[in-house]
Design a binder for this molecule. Sequence first.
Ligand code: FES
Length: 109
Amino acid sequence: MNHVPQRIPACAVEDLDDGDTMTVDGNGEAIAVHRVDGEFYATSDTCTHERWSLGEEGDLDGFEITCTLHNARFDVRDGKALCFPAVVNLRSYATVVEDGKVYVLTGEA
Ligand code: FES
């Protein structure tokens, strides 16, 4: 596990429309970046039930993303697993927007 704080360039603000999610490379760890009402949120990309990409295959509705494989739902604001079959939360990351670019903050301060 990486304990060094990192600031990962994820995308440009215009790369992601409201209500969309995309997968970015977080230095070897897939991270899903979500945009809701102009704000950016970041979680781990892989559903905690089985291995399924939420950034590629998830369905974002408000702050909830549904895994389209078995319909688990997560809150993109904190990664919380909201319903069965997922019982483990996603990791959640802070984001920063600067000069039109979105950065994800990983690691531990
Ligand atoms: S892999 Fe996501 S709900 Fe099963």
